[in-house]
Design a binder for this molecule. Structure first.
Ligand SMILES: Cc1ncc(C[n+]2csc(CCOP(=O)(O)OP(=O)(O)O)c2C)c(N)n1
Ligand SMILES: [Mg+2]
Length: 568
């Protein structure tokens, strides 16, 4: 008798670990025990006991941002449904998160038994279509289909850079797979999308010609390049083309912001520096690399004016070249091939810049340091200090809220990376995502910036940070309210006021050993605290008290514009 192969669950985990994933975020449950047990003894995977499934999904999102892919493990019904918002967020943000769900055994299903976590009607497959809808691909794995199905699911999730849903019935999970197991390669060495030769050639000649003819072209690279591992290819393209680039909020810090070709943040009428708006909108050519997302918060509330005739858009596997007579479209053209092909065809201009000797624009300068030691803290006093606190190798994770609007225009010091959830914008994402980022990229110090409202949704994850032994710097901005909501509606609504927590006591209460923690209300205290944190070897939680009065309603014309877009 030949030796039986690995069990279905072992094989599933092996195949995902091959990608370079080293952690599994989740909450156990009896239907998921086969998965939980297999992770516990897996030589390449570590279980992270998340505080709840939503947090686990956010942590997996953060992990996939920095590692390229992630695993989320939940139980049937109650677990998987709790994770849905986080999985859908990973879908919007283009992250391959593999959501593995343990389901009732076929023995239960075939006997028609009524089981817990169901509606009591004997229907067992009610939740699968709901969870699968958050993902770009799904499979119900069996010992017979495991090898073929896993290849299909992994390929699709990586090709789309979106989540995948895998259901493992608990009895089948333990059975040996019937086909010979496959061994996969780590993410970085997987082949990119292939291009069709003639189509690639035609697209390359046209785009290279448009770049050569342009005198004031600007590149707008997008975060999709990071998702597909194409940031080095972008750098080669920038060097060969000699073109400057700007990023939108979603794409911020794709490259370190001390990059010589960096112009600043393009965000329509909220660009930083402000003159960048005109420079981008008047450019005779815009090279969109990856596919701009013209979402409201990514365009300064749709205050952008980009002429499609002047945009060349290099997408994952197709190219669109705008022109007076309508767009030219090329299909089956891979983004990596386009960038490498353009880099090979374009000669770096003399002096390195296609714009000539003069930089078209100086990127934003560091915020000025103002204030007296005894001054009560405000955002204007806090952000210049945060900017100077950050140093090379830091990863700044910013939750949705006033803090994201403040951080986006701020130019990050050399070597600082940043993550935010601009498109999905689910508050509370930041705290678990910071955990995921720290585990995925342990060589970086993670600095989390979160509003108090956002933090109250997922603060339990501090305890998981403590249990995992990571040492982030958590900064909670306490203004006592959902400040940004007050800004975009009107101040004074009771529904924007949140319970007043003693944030600086959370690390102790939640079991974080050796953390520094403190609360500051004045400038001198802030400066001392930041200096103490720099010296402290462990984790830190700093509560920064900011005045609620800062969250004033937006100017009348902006509220009016919002109103017009929101009401019939
Ligand atoms: C899951 C979720 N619920 C509700 C919202 C709506 N929302 C957007 S920002 C925000 C308030 C954020 O408040 P806080 O974190 O305190 O930041 P502040 O603006 O006060 O600095 C809310 C409730 C959301 N984006 N996501
Ligand atoms: Mg707040």
């Amino acid at each position: 008798m030949p030796m039986p192969g690995p069990s279905l669950v072992q094989y599933t985990l092996d195949r995902l670990a091959d990608l370079g994933i080293g952690h599994v975020f989740g909450v156990p449950g009896d239907y998921a025990f086969p998965v939980n047990d297999a992770v516990e003894i897996h030589p390449r995977l570590q279980w992270v006991a998340s505080a709840n499934e939503l947090n686990a999904a956010y942590a997996a999102d953060g992990y996939a941002r920095r590692r390229g892919a992630a695993i989320l493990s939940t139980t049937y019904g109650v677990g998987e449904l709790s994770a849905l918002n986080g999985v859908m967020g990973a879908n919007a943000e283009r992250l391959p998160v593999f959501h593995i769900v343990g389901a009732p055994s076929l023995r239960i299903v075939k006997q028609g038994l009524i089981c817990h976590h169901s509606l009591g009607d004997g229907q067992h497959e009610r939740f699968e279509p709901i969870s699968a809808a958050a993902c770009c691909v799904s499979a119900r794995l069996t010992p017979e289909n495991a090898v073929i199905e896993l290849e299909r699911v992994i390929d699709r999730a990586l090709e789309q850079s979106r989540p995948a849903y895998l259901v493992l019935p608990m009895d089948l999970a333990l059975m040996p797979i019937s086909d010979a197991p496959l061994h996969g390669s780590p993410l970085g060495s997987l082949p990119q999308r292939l291009s069709v030769g003639g189509e690639l050639e035609a697209a390359l000649s046209l785009v290279a010609e448009r770049i050569r003819q342009a005198s004031r072209a600007v590149v707008l690279p997008t975060v999709l390049l990071r998702r597909y591992g194409l940031v080095p290819a972008l750098e080669r393209f920038l060097a060969a083309s000699g073109l400057p680039y700007a990023t939108t909020p979603m794409d911020k810090a794709l490259l370190p912001e001390d990059h010589p070709a960096f112009l600043g943040l393009y965000n329509g009428g909220r660009s930083a520096p402000a003159a960048l708006q005109e420079l981008v909108e008047q450019a005779d050519l815009l090279v969109d690399v990856g596919g701009l997302v013209q979402e409201d918060l990514n365009t300064g509330l749709w205050s952008d004016h980009l002429d499609p005739r002047r945009i060349v858009s290099l997408r994952e596997d197709w190219v669109q070249v705008g022109g007076a007579g309508g767009p030219n479209v090329f299909t089956s053209v891979g983004l990596g091939d386009m960038l490498e092909g353009l880099a090979a065809r374009l000669q770096p201009p003399p002096g390195g810049s296609r714009w000539g000797a003069d930089r078209p624009l100086q990127p934003p300068q560091p915020l000025p340091l103002a204030g007296e030691p005894q001054d009560t803290l405000s955002s204007d006093l806090f952000y210049p200090r945060l900017q100077r606190f950050l140093s090379a190798n830091d990863l700044l994770v910013v939750d949705t809220g006033s803090c994201l609007l403040r951080t986006n225009p701020l130019r990050l010091p050399a070597g600082v990376a940043m993550e935010s959830q601009t498109l999905w914008g689910s508050i509370g994402w930041g705290t678990p995502a910071a955990l995921g980022c720290a585990l995925a990229e342990p060589q970086r110090r993670v600095v989390l910036l979160t509003g108090d409202g956002a933090h109250q949704l997922t603060a339990q994850e501090l305890g998981v940070m403590g249990a995992c032994g990571i040492a982030p710097v958590v900064i909670v901005l306490n203004n006592g309210l959902y400040g940004i909501e007050a800004v975009i509606s009107e101040t004074g609504h009771a529904y924007n006021v949140i319970p007043s927590w003693q944030y600086s006591r959370l690390p102790e209460v939640l079991g974080c050993q050796g953390w520094w923690s403190g609360r500051v209300t004045r400038l001198a205290e802030l400066e001392q605290a930041l200096a103490a944190i720099q010296r402290h070897p462990g984790g830190a939680l700093l509560e920064v008290v900011l005045p609620a009065e800062e969250s004033q309603p937006l100017p009348e014309p902006v509220i009016e514009r919002l109103h017009q877009t929101h009401t019939p």
